[in-house]
Design a binder for this molecule. Sequence first.
Ligand SMILES: Cc1cc2nc3c(=O)[nH]c(=O)nc-3n(C[C@H](O)[C@H](O)[C@H](O)COP(=O)(O)O)c2cc1C
Length: 353
Amino acid sequence: MKRIMYISTTTSKLSDAEVEEIGRKSTFNNAKVGVTGILLSAHEFFFQILEGREEDVDQVLERIRRDIRHEGVLILKAEHDVKQRLFGNWSMKTVRLDGISDVLIQAIRIMLENITESHRIIERYTQPAVLQFMTEGINPLTVPVMKREQIILFSDIVAFSHLSGLFPVEEVAALVNLFLDTCSRKIVAHGGQVTKYVGDCVVAHFPPDKSDQALHACLETLREIKVLRQSAGECRLQRFLYCGFGLSKGPVIEGNIGSSIKMDYTVLGDIVNLAARLESLTREIGKAIAISESVRDACCEAWEFVRAGEFQLKGQSTSQPIYTITDPLVDDIKTYQAILLEAGQGNCDLPVK
Ligand SMILES: Cc1cc2nc3c(=O)[nH]c(=O)nc-3n(C[C@H](O)[C@H](O)[C@H](O)COP(=O)(O)O)c2cc1C
């Protein structure tokens, strides 16, 4: 049997009658498939435990996830091979905690509210891969390090360190957030995972059969930041938002790397270094995307690949052919000198020489 425990947040204030109706329906549906558990509600959150046959629990959870009365379903714990039910007598006991004045119940409500709040915060700081393991009932700390084929994506803002000194701190931070958000949304939408952020740099990985999707993520980001530039005010930092992408493919070491102070679930190796070098090369070749031969070879769609040249990149033992694609968006990149020149012109009064 399987047992899962999750928290979620209501999308609007629910009346007692509405919570009762959820409980009534849950009891009825769960009884049919032998799923048991408990549903606690208080103010704006739900806490639920579901237990039963693996496929039945998964099906009920699938329906619950789609319910628009709540959002942000976060699995706190998933257990497999459960031998004994904790709530065998209840196909779904529903309790509204804030309707009970008992001091002990109120203490439990406060405790659950605090747990919910701290999990929501931790969730924002946690790598998606780690959350995914927890959703599947796997303790991320026990996952062994492995070597596997991945596509690595590197991206960052052109001339960022130069530009960041010219604008107010708030505007610099807002631009980095905007860029990281745009890029990350495209990566996730195309089946990739954000590995980490290093300043204004995004590191992500895609499964080895998703070269086309990785390229689409790059192009869509370029399209969106072009709109962001065009919609920015006259002397705003956002007006100078350009970025480059490096894509490489090969075996990487993936897993828990860190210390007793902080753990990262990350990727390491020569291929990761290559993606970073390719990203730097975008400035040199004047194209916003630079890819290795292995990425080009793994693409299935009819891209117009162009050989940008043969390069001996730092950290690489031999020189290798580097490719880009023909697309106006890929040509839409500037050198940092050109960006700074543009920033210094007009009425902006920026201290650029
Ligand atoms: C917090 C929450 C918990 C729920 N728990 C269950 C549940 O345990 N079982 C269930 O069948 N539906 C549950 N529901 C309701 C489902 O989301 C969905 O509305 C219902 O299963 C649809 O049933 P129907 O197809 O019979 O109309 C829950 C909804 C919410 C908001």
